[in-house]
Design a protein around this ligand. Sequence first.
Ligand code: TTP
Ligand code: MG
Ligand code: MG
Length: 372
Amino acid sequence: MKTIVHIDLNAFFAQCELLSDPTLKGKPIAIAYDSKRSVLSTASYEARAFGVNSAMPVSTAKRLCKNLVIIPPHFELYSYHSKHFFSYLKKRYPILEQASIDECYIDMSDDIPMGKEQEYLFDLQMTLYRVTKLKCSIGCGANRFLAKMGSDMKKPLGLTILNQGNIPTLLWPLAISKMYGIGKKTAPKLMEAGVLTIGDLAHCEDPKVKKILGNNFEYFKGHAQGFGSDFIDNSAFDPKSMSSERTFQEDAFFEEGVEMIKKCCEEVCQELHKYHKKALSVGVKLRTPDFVTKSRRTSFSEPIDDVASLFAYAMKVFEQLYKDQPIRLIGVSIERVIDIEENKEDDHLIEQWNSQLEYGGKIIKASDIVKK
Ligand code: TTP
Ligand code: MG
Ligand code: MG
Protein backbone atom coordinates (compact mmCIF):
# COMPACT_ATOMS: atom_id res chain seq x y z
CA MET A 1 0.00 0.00 0.00
CA LYS A 2 1.30 3.43 -0.88
CA THR A 3 1.36 6.61 1.17
CA ILE A 4 0.03 9.43 -0.96
CA VAL A 5 0.02 13.01 0.31
CA HIS A 6 -1.86 16.01 -1.04
CA ILE A 7 -0.75 19.49 -0.06
CA ASP A 8 -2.90 22.55 -0.76
CA LEU A 9 -2.04 26.08 0.29
CA ASN A 10 -4.64 27.86 2.39
CA ALA A 11 -6.41 30.83 0.75
CA PHE A 12 -3.34 30.99 -1.44
CA PHE A 13 -3.57 34.36 -3.25
CA ALA A 14 -4.75 36.00 -0.02
CA GLN A 15 -1.79 34.57 1.95
CA CYS A 16 0.63 35.93 -0.66
CA GLU A 17 -0.88 39.41 -0.31
CA LEU A 18 -0.56 39.15 3.44
CA LEU A 19 3.14 38.39 3.13
CA SER A 20 3.55 41.59 1.12
CA ASP A 21 1.48 43.73 3.47
CA PRO A 22 1.29 42.55 7.08
CA THR A 23 -1.11 45.39 7.96
CA LEU A 24 -3.75 43.22 6.25
CA LYS A 25 -3.40 40.63 9.01
CA GLY A 26 -6.74 39.77 10.63
CA LYS A 27 -8.72 41.78 8.06
CA PRO A 28 -11.25 40.22 5.71
CA ILE A 29 -9.61 40.41 2.29
CA ALA A 30 -10.52 39.18 -1.16
CA ILE A 31 -8.63 39.09 -4.43
CA ALA A 32 -10.46 40.50 -7.45
CA TYR A 33 -10.53 43.28 -9.96
CA ASP A 34 -12.85 45.75 -8.27
CA SER A 35 -15.48 46.07 -10.96
CA LYS A 36 -19.19 45.31 -10.98
CA ARG A 37 -18.85 42.30 -13.23
CA SER A 38 -15.84 40.55 -11.76
CA VAL A 39 -15.77 37.62 -9.38
CA LEU A 40 -13.43 36.82 -6.48
CA SER A 41 -10.37 34.64 -7.04
CA THR A 42 -10.27 33.86 -3.36
CA ALA A 43 -10.92 35.29 0.09
CA SER A 44 -9.07 35.14 3.40
CA TYR A 45 -10.52 32.98 6.17
CA GLU A 46 -11.59 36.15 8.00
CA ALA A 47 -13.72 37.01 4.94
CA ARG A 48 -15.01 33.44 4.60
CA ALA A 49 -16.52 33.79 8.08
CA PHE A 50 -18.98 36.22 6.44
CA GLY A 51 -19.86 33.68 3.75
CA VAL A 52 -17.52 35.27 1.19
CA ASN A 53 -16.01 32.72 -1.23
CA SER A 54 -14.08 32.08 -4.46
CA ALA A 55 -16.01 32.77 -7.67
CA MET A 56 -18.53 35.01 -5.86
CA PRO A 57 -19.42 38.29 -7.61
CA VAL A 58 -17.65 41.26 -6.01
CA SER A 59 -21.00 43.00 -5.43
CA THR A 60 -22.38 40.04 -3.43
CA ALA A 61 -19.17 39.77 -1.40
CA LYS A 62 -19.29 43.47 -0.49
CA ARG A 63 -22.89 43.12 0.60
CA LEU A 64 -22.05 40.17 2.87
CA CYS A 65 -18.97 41.80 4.34
CA LYS A 66 -19.03 45.59 4.62
CA ASN A 67 -15.34 45.94 5.54
CA LEU A 68 -14.05 43.63 2.84
CA VAL A 69 -10.70 44.82 1.48
CA ILE A 70 -10.54 44.08 -2.24
CA ILE A 71 -7.04 43.62 -3.60
CA PRO A 72 -6.33 43.39 -7.34
CA PRO A 73 -4.45 40.21 -8.32
CA HIS A 74 -0.65 40.18 -8.58
CA PHE A 75 -0.04 36.98 -10.51
CA GLU A 76 3.73 37.38 -10.63
CA LEU A 77 3.74 37.42 -6.85
CA TYR A 78 1.64 34.23 -6.61
CA SER A 79 3.76 32.52 -9.23
CA TYR A 80 6.89 33.47 -7.30
CA HIS A 81 5.63 32.05 -3.99
CA SER A 82 4.29 28.94 -5.73
CA LYS A 83 7.61 28.31 -7.41
CA HIS A 84 9.49 28.77 -4.17
CA PHE A 85 7.14 26.49 -2.20
CA PHE A 86 7.05 23.63 -4.70
CA SER A 87 10.73 23.74 -5.61
CA TYR A 88 11.52 23.38 -1.91
CA LEU A 89 9.28 20.29 -1.80
CA LYS A 90 10.56 18.86 -5.10
CA LYS A 91 14.13 18.88 -3.82
CA ARG A 92 13.09 16.62 -0.94
CA TYR A 93 10.44 14.51 -2.64
CA PRO A 94 11.19 13.55 -6.24
CA ILE A 95 7.85 11.79 -6.86
CA LEU A 96 5.84 15.00 -6.87
CA GLU A 97 3.07 16.01 -9.26
CA GLN A 98 2.02 19.63 -9.18
CA ALA A 99 -1.71 19.78 -9.78
CA SER A 100 -2.28 23.54 -9.81
CA ILE A 101 -0.60 26.77 -8.74
CA ASP A 102 -1.21 25.89 -5.07
CA GLU A 103 -1.39 22.12 -4.76
CA CYS A 104 0.55 18.93 -5.37
CA TYR A 105 0.44 15.19 -4.86
CA ILE A 106 3.50 13.40 -3.46
CA ASP A 107 4.25 9.70 -3.15
CA MET A 108 5.86 9.49 0.30
CA SER A 109 5.78 5.69 0.57
CA ASP A 110 9.55 5.58 1.00
CA ASP A 111 9.73 8.59 3.28
CA ILE A 112 7.24 8.01 6.09
CA PRO A 113 7.76 5.12 8.50
CA MET A 114 4.57 3.02 8.83
CA GLY A 115 2.24 4.40 11.47
CA LYS A 116 4.21 7.65 11.82
CA GLU A 117 2.18 9.70 9.31
CA GLN A 118 0.80 12.13 11.88
CA GLU A 119 4.13 13.14 13.44
CA TYR A 120 6.01 13.16 10.15
CA LEU A 121 3.49 15.31 8.29
CA PHE A 122 2.99 17.69 11.20
CA ASP A 123 6.75 18.30 11.22
CA LEU A 124 6.69 18.84 7.45
CA GLN A 125 3.81 21.31 7.73
CA MET A 126 5.70 23.32 10.38
CA THR A 127 8.93 23.22 8.37
CA LEU A 128 7.11 24.45 5.28
CA TYR A 129 5.66 27.30 7.31
CA ARG A 130 9.04 28.20 8.77
CA VAL A 131 10.81 28.11 5.43
CA THR A 132 8.17 29.68 3.19
CA LYS A 133 5.90 31.49 5.69
CA LEU A 134 2.95 29.84 3.89
CA LYS A 135 0.23 27.82 5.60
CA CYS A 136 -1.03 24.68 3.94
CA SER A 137 -3.44 21.85 4.64
CA ILE A 138 -2.26 18.27 4.20
CA GLY A 139 -4.18 15.11 3.42
CA CYS A 140 -2.79 11.60 3.45
CA GLY A 141 -4.14 8.23 2.39
CA ALA A 142 -3.48 5.12 0.32
CA ASN A 143 -4.47 6.88 -2.92
CA ARG A 144 -4.88 10.26 -4.60
CA PHE A 145 -8.57 10.58 -3.84
CA LEU A 146 -8.19 10.03 -0.08
CA ALA A 147 -5.22 12.42 0.05
CA LYS A 148 -7.14 15.11 -1.84
CA MET A 149 -10.27 14.72 0.31
CA GLY A 150 -8.10 14.81 3.44
CA SER A 151 -6.42 18.11 2.58
CA ASP A 152 -9.85 19.71 2.15
CA MET A 153 -11.22 18.57 5.50
CA LYS A 154 -9.49 21.02 7.84
CA LYS A 155 -8.27 24.49 6.97
CA PRO A 156 -6.12 26.39 7.67
CA LEU A 157 -3.13 24.26 8.77
CA GLY A 158 -5.20 21.08 8.71
CA LEU A 159 -3.78 17.58 8.69
CA THR A 160 -6.07 14.63 7.99
CA ILE A 161 -5.02 11.04 7.52
CA LEU A 162 -7.70 8.83 6.01
CA ASN A 163 -7.63 5.06 6.21
CA GLN A 164 -10.13 2.20 6.03
CA GLY A 165 -10.61 2.57 9.81
CA ASN A 166 -11.82 6.19 9.81
CA ILE A 167 -13.45 6.44 6.37
CA PRO A 168 -16.91 5.67 7.83
CA THR A 169 -16.67 8.46 10.41
CA LEU A 170 -14.69 11.11 8.46
CA LEU A 171 -15.50 10.60 4.77
CA TRP A 172 -18.96 9.06 4.62
CA PRO A 173 -20.90 11.78 6.48
CA LEU A 174 -19.75 14.44 3.94
CA ALA A 175 -22.33 15.82 1.51
CA ILE A 176 -22.06 14.30 -1.97
CA SER A 177 -21.38 17.81 -3.32
CA LYS A 178 -18.10 17.77 -1.35
CA MET A 179 -16.84 14.69 -3.17
CA TYR A 180 -13.88 15.48 -5.41
CA GLY A 181 -14.84 14.91 -9.04
CA ILE A 182 -18.60 15.32 -8.57
CA GLY A 183 -19.50 18.52 -10.38
CA LYS A 184 -22.06 21.19 -9.61
CA LYS A 185 -24.48 19.75 -12.14
CA THR A 186 -24.22 16.12 -11.04
CA ALA A 187 -24.53 16.67 -7.27
CA PRO A 188 -28.20 17.86 -7.34
CA LYS A 189 -29.14 14.91 -9.59
CA LEU A 190 -27.55 12.47 -7.17
CA MET A 191 -29.32 14.13 -4.25
CA GLU A 192 -32.62 13.86 -6.03
CA ALA A 193 -31.93 10.14 -6.47
CA GLY A 194 -31.38 9.83 -2.71
CA VAL A 195 -27.56 9.96 -2.62
CA LEU A 196 -27.05 12.72 -0.06
CA THR A 197 -23.66 11.74 1.33
CA ILE A 198 -20.46 10.07 0.15
CA GLY A 199 -21.44 7.14 2.38
CA ASP A 200 -24.72 6.77 0.46
CA LEU A 201 -22.74 6.39 -2.76
CA ALA A 202 -20.34 3.89 -1.16
CA HIS A 203 -23.33 1.57 -0.54
CA CYS A 204 -25.38 2.40 -3.61
CA GLU A 205 -26.81 -0.21 -5.98
CA ASP A 206 -29.64 1.96 -7.35
CA PRO A 207 -30.02 1.74 -11.17
CA LYS A 208 -31.16 5.42 -11.18
CA VAL A 209 -27.79 6.43 -9.76
CA LYS A 210 -25.97 4.12 -12.17
CA LYS A 211 -27.72 5.94 -14.97
CA ILE A 212 -26.71 9.38 -13.65
CA LEU A 213 -23.03 8.45 -13.33
CA GLY A 214 -22.97 6.23 -16.42
CA ASN A 215 -19.62 4.57 -17.07
CA ASN A 216 -18.15 6.39 -14.07
CA PHE A 217 -20.44 4.73 -11.54
CA GLU A 218 -17.94 2.08 -10.40
CA TYR A 219 -15.12 4.62 -10.44
CA PHE A 220 -16.89 7.03 -8.08
CA LYS A 221 -18.35 4.27 -5.93
CA GLY A 222 -14.82 2.84 -5.57
CA HIS A 223 -13.55 6.25 -4.46
CA ALA A 224 -16.38 6.54 -1.94
CA GLN A 225 -15.30 3.17 -0.54
CA GLY A 226 -11.74 4.47 -0.22
CA PHE A 227 -10.14 2.94 -3.33
CA GLY A 228 -8.50 4.72 -6.26
CA SER A 229 -5.36 5.43 -8.23
CA ASP A 230 -2.10 5.81 -6.35
CA PHE A 231 -0.02 6.78 -9.37
CA ILE A 232 1.85 10.07 -9.13
CA ASP A 233 3.06 11.46 -12.43
CA ASN A 234 6.28 13.30 -11.71
CA SER A 235 7.26 13.89 -15.33
CA ALA A 236 7.00 17.66 -15.41
CA PHE A 237 4.34 18.63 -17.87
CA ASP A 238 5.80 21.10 -20.32
CA PRO A 239 3.04 22.42 -22.52
CA LYS A 240 3.92 24.27 -25.73
CA SER A 241 0.42 25.63 -26.18
CA MET A 242 -2.60 26.30 -24.02
CA SER A 243 -6.22 26.97 -24.81
CA SER A 244 -9.65 27.43 -23.36
CA GLU A 245 -12.94 27.40 -25.24
CA ARG A 246 -16.66 27.36 -24.53
CA THR A 247 -19.82 26.55 -26.41
CA PHE A 248 -22.75 28.82 -25.59
CA GLN A 249 -26.02 27.21 -24.46
CA GLU A 250 -27.83 29.68 -26.68
CA ASP A 251 -26.30 31.61 -29.54
CA ALA A 252 -24.47 34.65 -28.23
CA PHE A 253 -23.58 38.09 -29.55
CA PHE A 254 -20.82 40.63 -29.12
CA GLU A 255 -21.23 41.39 -25.41
CA GLU A 256 -21.46 37.77 -24.27
CA GLY A 257 -18.57 37.03 -26.61
CA VAL A 258 -16.42 39.64 -24.86
CA GLU A 259 -17.34 38.19 -21.44
CA MET A 260 -16.36 34.72 -22.58
CA ILE A 261 -13.09 35.91 -24.06
CA LYS A 262 -12.24 37.48 -20.71
CA LYS A 263 -13.07 34.20 -18.95
CA CYS A 264 -10.97 32.17 -21.40
CA CYS A 265 -8.07 34.62 -21.01
CA GLU A 266 -8.27 34.21 -17.23
CA GLU A 267 -8.15 30.43 -17.56
CA VAL A 268 -5.27 30.46 -20.01
CA CYS A 269 -3.37 32.86 -17.74
CA GLN A 270 -3.88 30.53 -14.77
CA GLU A 271 -2.27 27.79 -16.84
CA LEU A 272 0.62 30.11 -17.74
CA HIS A 273 1.23 30.88 -14.08
CA LYS A 274 0.97 27.25 -13.11
CA TYR A 275 3.81 26.31 -15.45
CA HIS A 276 5.79 29.55 -15.02
CA LYS A 277 5.40 30.44 -18.69
CA LYS A 278 4.69 33.53 -20.76
CA ALA A 279 2.93 33.88 -24.09
CA LEU A 280 4.20 35.43 -27.32
CA SER A 281 0.98 35.17 -29.30
CA VAL A 282 -2.74 34.79 -28.86
CA GLY A 283 -5.37 33.34 -31.15
CA VAL A 284 -9.15 33.62 -31.08
CA LYS A 285 -11.47 31.02 -32.56
CA LEU A 286 -15.08 31.80 -33.39
CA ARG A 287 -17.72 29.31 -34.54
CA THR A 288 -21.11 30.36 -35.84
CA PRO A 289 -24.32 28.25 -35.50
CA ASP A 290 -23.79 26.88 -39.05
CA PHE A 291 -20.50 25.37 -37.78
CA VAL A 292 -18.29 27.67 -39.81
CA THR A 293 -15.15 28.24 -37.78
CA LYS A 294 -12.84 31.21 -38.21
CA SER A 295 -9.66 31.89 -36.34
CA ARG A 296 -6.95 34.50 -36.29
CA ARG A 297 -3.97 35.27 -34.18
CA THR A 298 -1.57 38.01 -33.30
CA SER A 299 1.97 38.03 -31.88
CA PHE A 300 3.55 40.40 -29.41
CA SER A 301 7.16 41.53 -29.11
CA GLU A 302 7.32 41.21 -25.32
CA PRO A 303 6.19 37.99 -23.62
CA ILE A 304 3.15 38.47 -21.39
CA ASP A 305 1.32 36.49 -18.71
CA ASP A 306 -1.23 38.90 -17.27
CA VAL A 307 -4.96 38.73 -17.94
CA ALA A 308 -5.34 42.43 -18.81
CA SER A 309 -2.71 42.38 -21.60
CA LEU A 310 -3.79 39.02 -22.99
CA PHE A 311 -7.42 40.17 -22.99
CA ALA A 312 -6.51 43.42 -24.77
CA TYR A 313 -4.73 41.50 -27.57
CA ALA A 314 -7.48 38.87 -27.78
CA MET A 315 -10.06 41.65 -28.11
CA LYS A 316 -8.18 43.16 -31.06
CA VAL A 317 -8.34 39.79 -32.81
CA PHE A 318 -11.99 39.26 -31.85
CA GLU A 319 -12.97 42.66 -33.23
CA GLN A 320 -11.40 41.71 -36.57
CA LEU A 321 -13.23 38.38 -36.63
CA TYR A 322 -16.65 39.44 -35.41
CA LYS A 323 -19.08 40.56 -38.11
CA ASP A 324 -22.36 40.88 -36.15
CA GLN A 325 -23.10 37.18 -36.58
CA PRO A 326 -24.45 34.96 -33.76
CA ILE A 327 -21.74 32.96 -31.98
CA ARG A 328 -21.88 29.29 -31.07
CA LEU A 329 -18.39 28.81 -29.68
CA ILE A 330 -15.48 31.00 -28.65
CA GLY A 331 -11.95 29.96 -27.85
CA VAL A 332 -8.70 31.62 -26.85
CA SER A 333 -5.38 29.90 -27.44
CA ILE A 334 -1.72 30.65 -27.09
CA GLU A 335 0.61 28.71 -29.31
CA ARG A 336 3.91 30.36 -28.59
CA VAL A 337 4.63 29.67 -24.95
CA ILE A 338 8.04 30.27 -23.43
CA ASP A 339 9.61 29.72 -20.04
CA ILE A 340 9.87 32.72 -17.79
CA GLU A 341 13.62 33.31 -17.85
CA GLU A 342 15.38 31.83 -14.90
CA ASN A 343 15.99 35.23 -13.55
CA LYS A 344 19.15 35.61 -11.49
CA GLU A 345 17.49 38.38 -9.54
CA ASP A 346 14.70 35.98 -8.59
CA ASP A 347 17.13 33.41 -7.25
CA HIS A 348 18.95 36.14 -5.44
CA LEU A 349 15.66 37.30 -3.90
CA ILE A 350 14.80 33.77 -2.77
CA GLU A 351 18.19 33.44 -1.11
CA GLN A 352 17.95 36.82 0.50
CA TRP A 353 14.42 36.08 1.59
CA ASN A 354 15.34 32.73 3.09
CA SER A 355 18.22 34.15 5.06
CA GLN A 356 16.13 37.04 6.31
CA LEU A 357 13.25 34.81 7.30
CA GLU A 358 15.66 33.12 9.67
CA TYR A 359 15.94 36.43 11.52
CA GLY A 360 12.28 37.21 11.50
CA GLY A 361 12.53 38.75 8.15
CA LYS A 362 12.15 41.37 5.56
CA ILE A 363 8.94 41.43 3.64
CA ILE A 364 8.78 40.82 -0.08
CA LYS A 365 6.44 43.16 -1.91
CA ALA A 366 4.68 42.58 -5.21
CA SER A 367 6.75 45.44 -6.63
CA ASP A 368 9.97 43.51 -5.81
CA ILE A 369 8.81 40.62 -7.93
CA VAL A 370 7.12 42.29 -10.88
CA LYS A 371 9.71 42.58 -13.60
CA LYS A 372 10.73 46.13 -14.22
P1 TTP B 1 -7.88 26.87 -4.15
O1 TTP B 1 -6.81 26.00 -3.60
O2 TTP B 1 -9.08 26.21 -4.70
O3 TTP B 1 -8.42 27.87 -3.05
P2 TTP B 1 -7.61 28.71 -1.96
O4 TTP B 1 -6.19 28.32 -1.88
O5 TTP B 1 -7.84 30.17 -2.19
O6 TTP B 1 -8.38 28.33 -0.63
P3 TTP B 1 -8.31 26.95 0.18
O7 TTP B 1 -7.72 27.32 1.50
O8 TTP B 1 -9.74 26.55 0.31
O9 TTP B 1 -7.50 25.99 -0.61
O10 TTP B 1 -7.30 27.79 -5.29
C1 TTP B 1 -5.96 28.29 -5.28
C2 TTP B 1 -5.90 29.70 -5.87
O11 TTP B 1 -6.44 29.69 -7.18
C3 TTP B 1 -6.75 30.70 -5.09
O12 TTP B 1 -6.06 31.28 -3.99
C4 TTP B 1 -7.11 31.69 -6.15
C5 TTP B 1 -7.17 30.89 -7.43
N1 TTP B 1 -8.59 30.61 -7.77
C6 TTP B 1 -9.23 31.45 -8.68
O13 TTP B 1 -8.61 32.37 -9.23
N2 TTP B 1 -10.55 31.22 -8.95
C7 TTP B 1 -11.28 30.22 -8.35
O14 TTP B 1 -12.48 30.06 -8.62
C8 TTP B 1 -10.60 29.35 -7.42
C9 TTP B 1 -11.34 28.24 -6.74
C10 TTP B 1 -9.27 29.60 -7.17
MG1 MG C 1 -5.69 26.30 -1.79
MG1 MG D 1 -5.93 24.35 -4.66
